[in-house]
Design a protein around this ligand. Structure first.
Ligand code: VIB
Length: 222
């Protein structure tokens, strides 16, 4: 990580957020198997809703990317959709939940806030800012996957989730994205780099809030 040009610019807010994420009850519960199935089911449904919007954010970003990065971003938009359609419904079924819930559950307040934020930054702000907003999604999940994979989980459903983010395929996709970030950061003024760091910090907080909403099974007041 430290060999990347972007690390000294963007690493601090993500590392701080990662510490908080790793200490969150949701991830402790995934590791030791005490996470209630209801909280995991809530998470998988909300995450599927999230992925559909995240893919659109990446597609918006692809449209304004320099040509060297456009193909990577468009391909990643495609693979986010593939996860939405593949892994997530399979996880739901394995967890004993009806995949039809995916079509009847509304986005939670946290999912609405995070995806609205991503879409608005990617649509309305310059490329480097959008890239900063989508970065914690990759980096945090990779770090979480690696941290949890060292001891795994006694629960086979949770273990499958951990394995998918500790897998070499996922590491390759994160590395592609980090290279795009590196190529981008190299060209920026100090002001632009500070703007990126601000988006990284906000998106990292949203990542924490997403786990937290699942533990609380957050709902709209009516
Ligand atoms: C809340 C939330 N944040 C990050 C991810 C991880 N993630 C989602 S899409 C994508 C890239 C393309 O597949 C990655 C790494 C998630 N699943 N849910």
């Amino acid at each position: 990580m430290t060999s990347y040009t972007w690390w000294p610019v963007l690493g601090a807010p993500m590392e701080d957020g990662l510490k908080r994420v790793l200490a969150h009850d949701f991830l402790r519960g995934l590791s030791d198997g005490t996470l209630p199935r209801e909280a995991f089911g809530y998470f998988v449904i909300q995450d599927t809703l999230y992925l559909g919007e995240y893919a659109r954010a990446l597609a918006l970003l692809a449209a304004k990317a320099p040509s060297g990065a456009a193909g990577t971003l468009a391909a990643h938009a495609g693979s986010a959709i593939a996860t939405e359609l593949g892994l997530h419904p399979a996880l739901l079924e394995q967890a004993g939940l009806d995949p039809a819930l995916l079509h009847t559950t509304p986005k939670s307040p946290a999912t609405t806030a995070y995806t609205s934020y991503l879409l608005s930054v990617c649509a309305q702000r310059p490329f480097h800012e959008g890239l900063a907003a989508v970065l914690p999604c990759y980096w945090i999940y990779q770090q979480v996957g690696m941290a949890l994979a060292t001891s795994g989980s006694s629960d086979p459903v949770y273990e499958r989730w951990i394995e998918s983010y500790a897998a070499p395929d996922f590491a390759r996709s994160v590395a592609e994205m980090l290279q795009v970030v590196d190529d981008t950061v190299r060209e920026l003024s100090d002001r632009q780099a500070t703007d990126m760091a601000e988006h990284v910090e906000i998106a990292t907080r949203y990542e924490w809030m997403f786990w937290d909403a699942a533990v609380r099974e957050e709902r709209w007041p009516w």
